[in-house]
Design a protein around this ligand. Structure first.
Ligand code: DGT
Ligand code: CA
Ligand code: ZN
Length: 580
């Protein structure tokens, strides 16, 4: 699917450039629409053409199809290459920054002669941009903030973006040299399911005579920008996507466990582990665990035996951060964390009734394929206008469609009728209680006023007896938006008091693992959701489970790792308790 993303970016870029040049708004809108369609395509774009799927999509015309085919053949689009030459390179780069649109750059270009990034930043800082009509100090401050977020996002990318990139490399290696490989794993921060990732550390165990072939295959991976090191034990490449560095290390099978442990980290976890080994007269490194005096190998083939020989319970990778896990492992009190295969349903997804790409039926079929027992369709409510939110009247029509789909698939999956209702600025909800009570499950989220402290808004929403879940509680979107300030202690307290759960929104990584851990410690219930806007995004709950594990969550902490009856009871209990 990386191809889809790259092609979507090309269309988005063409739209930006045309907007910068002041071209026909109709053409600009068309390109943006095509970009959105491509990004949400449930299959690879090549497959979409072969199977004929793409011809059925509204909004893809002949000239768009020609560009797509051209991209599939050549890897780019000629028109795009032509457009690019009309705008200074550095201004193109700046268009990626949140808060800097082509319109802003056009003004800077025309009125201040800005041609480079440096020029632009200078114009921001010396006040010359702020003086122009339509700008002002506040807007300039916002742009500077956006630049900072963008810079961070260049250094580390979110797990949800990194994960498929790494998986693709692993799949490629398995296909190309799988016969020579005994074990393969992505180690480092990705294995720990850390929220953001700097680079990938792939580890392979294989008999030494095969190592060269494996490294040769690795440096021939098609989506590489640059080969930085092509060795026999270690190779390093730069991936095209997000310019990520990716290392490959090959080790002997007898060192697999020790190497995996070492390269999984975290660094602080490893340092602490080394101390403990030392106290026990052992030496630990990436080759194994050894008797410090005799040098005799005592462990190394598996990770389990590495921890066991140190007198510890096995520590799941997700919690290896030296934040108490080592002490807990020594006392054998690490709880059993919720498993990746334990989610029984997904309670947050959108359809083409609001801003999703797929129909209710398509989402349902995809959830059946995910192996879920239940699912919730949760489209936006009316005040989310940009997201095509539903009025009460449209919700009634949607309910009829859900009824129809239930008749067809009801024996395979339970379909909950849900809503992501907007929390209004005063903390009241965007739909009347008479309607809210009709839903099987209600998620309430904030989609406005991201710069103010929103604690009181959330608390008030939680007091509504029909609100079961707070969606993406911090309003974070990595690389785009820092979350709003929140007094999380008070949020947790209110969640407990009212019987409201908090969301682990997988795509936004909100809650993050630290907040998850706090919630778990307090006994607040959590729900791992995808917030999918197309069938292609349903897989992301895997990221959410990873974050939950990082937050030490157990099965009983996660509502949607429980049978449907538990969720029904959770809903009923709150209504009973807070009866109006
Ligand atoms: P990242 O890449 O910043 O997202 O995070 P990591 O944890 O993947 O860090 P990275 O790629 O620098 O190193 C991968 C693993 O290798 C790391 O988690 C632990 C191990 N490692 C790296 N440097 C050291 C070190 O100086 N001491 C120890 N004990 N382990 C290290
Ligand atoms: Ca790394
Ligand atoms: Zn939302």
């Amino acid at each position: 699917m990386e191809r889809n993303k790259r092609l979507a970016q090309i269309f988005e870029r063409m739209a930006d450039i045309l907007e910068f040049l002041g071209d026909n708004p109709f053409r600009i809108r068309t390109y943006r629409r095509v970009a959105k369609i491509l990004e949400n395509l449930p299959m690879d774009v090549g497959e979409a053409i072969e199977s004929g799927y793409i011809y059925k999509i509204k909004g893809i015309g002949g000239s768009t199809l020609a560009k797509i085919e051209e991209f599939l053949k050549t890897g780019t689009v000629q028109k795009y290459e032509e457009f690019r030459k009309k705008v200074p390179e550095e201004l193109l780069e700046l268009m990626e920054v949140p808060g800097i649109g082509p319109k802003t750059l056009k003004v800077a270009y025309e009125k201040l002669g800005v041609r480079t990034k440096e020029n632009f930043i200078k114009a921001l800082k010396d006040g010359s941009l702020a003086k122009l009509p339509g700008f002002g100090a506040k807007k300039v401050e916002k742009i500077l903030k956006g630049l900072e977020l963008w810079r961070q996002a260049q250094e580390r990318i979110p797990l949800v973006v990194a994960y498929p990139l790494a998986r693709n490399v692993v799949e490629y290696l398995k296909g190309a040299v799988g016969d020579y490989i005994e074990r393969i794993e992505v180690a480092g921060s990705l294995r720990r399911m850390k929220e953001t990732i700097r680079d990938f550390d792939i580890l392979v165990s294989a008999p030494r005579e095969h190592w060269q072939k494996i490294h040769d295959a690795f440096v021939s991976y098609p989506d590489i920008e640059d080969v930085q090191l092509h060795g026999q034990t270690k190779s390093t490449v730069l991936l095209k996507d997000h310019h990520r560095q990716c290392d490959l290390r090959t080790v002997e099978p007898e060192s697999w466990g020790a190497a995996l442990q070492y390269f999984t980290g975290s660094k602080h976890h490893n340092i602490k582990l080394r101390e403990i080994a030392k106290e026990r007269g052992l030496k630990i490194n990436e080759y194994g665990v050894f008797d410090a005096e005799t040098g005799e190998r005592v462990a190394g083939r598996t990770e389990e035996e590495v921890y066991a020989v140190l007198g510890m319970q096995y520590i799941p990778p997700e919690i290896r951060e030296n934040t108490g896990e080592i002490e807990a492992a020594l006392e054998h009190r690490i709880p059993k964390l919720v498993g990746y295969d334990e989610l029984r349903g997904d309670l947050h997804m959108h359809t083409n009734w609001s801003d999703g790409l797929n129909t209710v039926e398509e989402m349902v079929k995809a959830c059946i394929d995910m192996g879920y027992e239940y699912m919730a369709i949760s489209d936006h409510s009316q005040s989310a206008r940009v997201a095509n939110g539903l009025t009460p009247e449209r919700f009634k029509l949607q309910r009829e469609e859900i009824e129809r789909v239930r008749k067809k698939y009801g024996d395979k999956i339970s379909i909950l009728w849900s809503v992501e209702v907007d929390i209004l600025p005063d903390g009241s909800l965007d739909l009347p209680d008479e309607l809210l009570r009709e839903f099987d499950f209600v998620t309430a989220s904030i989609h406005s006023r991201f710069n103010q402290d929103n604690t009181d808004r959330l608390l008030k929403a939680m007091e509504n007896p029909y609100v079961n879940l707070i969606g993406h509680p911090f309003g974070r979107q990595y690389g785009y938006r820092e979350g709003y300030p929140l007094d999380f202690d008070r949020v947790l307290e209110k969640a407990l008091e009212t019987g409201t759960a908090l969301e682990i929104n997988s795509q936004r990584e909100d809650l993050d693992s630290q907040h998850i851990r706090q919630a778990v410690e307090r006994g607040v219930k959590l729900v791992v959701n995808s917030d999918a806007h197309s069938v292609g995004q349903l897989w992301t709950t895997r990221i959410g489970v990873g974050l939950a594990r990082r937050g030490w969550a157990k099965t009983e902490d996660i509502l949607n790792a429980q049978p449907l009856e538990v969720i029904r009871e959770f809903v009923a209990k709150k209504r009973e308790r807070l009866k109006k």
